[in-house]
Ligand binder design. Structure first.
Ligand SMILES: [Ca+2]
Ligand SMILES: [Ca+2]
Length: 334
């Protein structure tokens, strides 16, 4: 059980830690230069066509992503160990993807209808981020921290209904993304909706919103028009103080930040999102392989986890759950 989620978090944070001291090639200057480089790369007519088409084909709060050739990945890798690159061309069929992360409200409907029990409920615990625990709880559980990432506490009876452990609830967060759901839970939900998880390629094509070579779903500026367009961590106080300049210390409503012309919300930031891809194809016969997750979360900050970019990626074992991981579903075009 400990190995279950800890393994992933340890691996994930090891790679983060490994990058902190490394020359990751992500200085402000180089990003600004890239922003200039990509300024004029959109074919405006093509973009307009895509925009109108997706608007016309709305389906169950999903957007239709047009079939075609797209460029994903990046040649300006921030985390090489994550295999963000190289930039490459992919070809996809048209498909639908949810406009929003799956909310607590949606997940509750699923559970009420099917009596589904999540893996965090079966295991009896999940991982909660430090700032959501009072000092007493932190003290009592200090032996249950992740060694390499001691800001994650394994707390008993933590699950999607009690995201911060016993005594917490989701009453005022029914329109926030469901948390503490594993890949297996996410797959079960999507199947119930007659949907499926997106592949990593589909997710990234959707994230890029019809644009080529950009960092974010809307372009290269982290704060267009000096406004917040995503829910991430603000300030240098990690892991103790989140300034919450965007208005949110934790998750935000799933329909808060519209981020591209495919009409997708919080595709980066807010909560990480499971995809159906294996992290390592050699794990195909593993009982509990790692799966690719995308988009970063409300805990991400440029200085230590600059993973709120379309090309960024990370991984969890498929039975893992935590307080910053959710999903959205996709569906074949019919
Ligand atoms: Ca925030
Ligand atoms: Ca997200």
């Amino acid at each position: 059980m400990l190995a279950r989620s800890s393994l992933y978090i340890i691996l994930s944070f090891l790679s983060i830690l490994a990058e902190i001291n490394a020359d990751c090639g992500c200085s402000q200057t180089s990003r600004e230069e890239r922003a200039k480089k990509y300024e004029r790369s959109i074919d405006e007519n093509e973009f307009e066509k895509v925009h109108k088409w997706t608007d016309a084909k709305d389906y169950d709060n999903m957007s239709l992503i047009p079939k075609g050739k797209y460029t994903i990945g990046t040649n300006d890798q921030v985390f090489r160990a994550d295999k963000e690159g190289p930039e490459r061309e992919v070809e996809i069929e048209q498909f639908y993807i949810d406009k929003y992360e799956v909310s607590n409200e949606e997940f509750e409907k699923f559970v009420k209808t099917t009596n589904y029990e999540t893996e965090a409920e079966k295991f009896g615990d999940s991982f909660v981020f430090k700032i959501f625990l009072d000092e007493d709880t932190q003290k009592k559980n200090e032996d249950f921290r992740v060694l390499q990432a001691p800001w994650w506490y394994k707390i008993k009876e933590t699950n999607w209904r009690q995201p911060e452990g016993p005594g917490s609830n989701i009453k005022d967060r029914m329109n926030h993304p469901v948390l503490h759901v594993s890949y297996n839970d996410a797959t079960a939900f999507c199947k119930w909706k007659n949907k499926r998880l997106p592949t990593e390629v589909e997710w990234e094509v959707a994230c890029r919103g019809g644009r080529k070579g950009r960092l974010f779903p809307w372009g290269n500026k982290e704060m267009p028009k000096n406004e917040h367009w995503m829910n991430i961590w603000h300030g240098d106080g990690f892991p103790n103080e989140n300034r919450a300049d965007d208005g949110f210390v934790g998750t935000c409503p799933v329909d808060k930040f519209r981020q591209n012309d495919y009409d997708l919300y919080n595709i980066i930031g807010n909560a990480w999102e499971w995809t159906s891809d294996l992290w390592d194809k050699n794990q195909v016969n593993s009982e509990n392989p790692e799966r690719v997750k995308k988009g970063g979360s409300f805990l991400c900050h440029k200085s230590y986890c600059y993973r709120y970019r379309c090309a960024a990626r990370s991984q969890n074992t498929q039975d893992s759950s935590s307080g910053n991981l959710s999903f959205r579903c996709a569906k074949d075009f019919e």
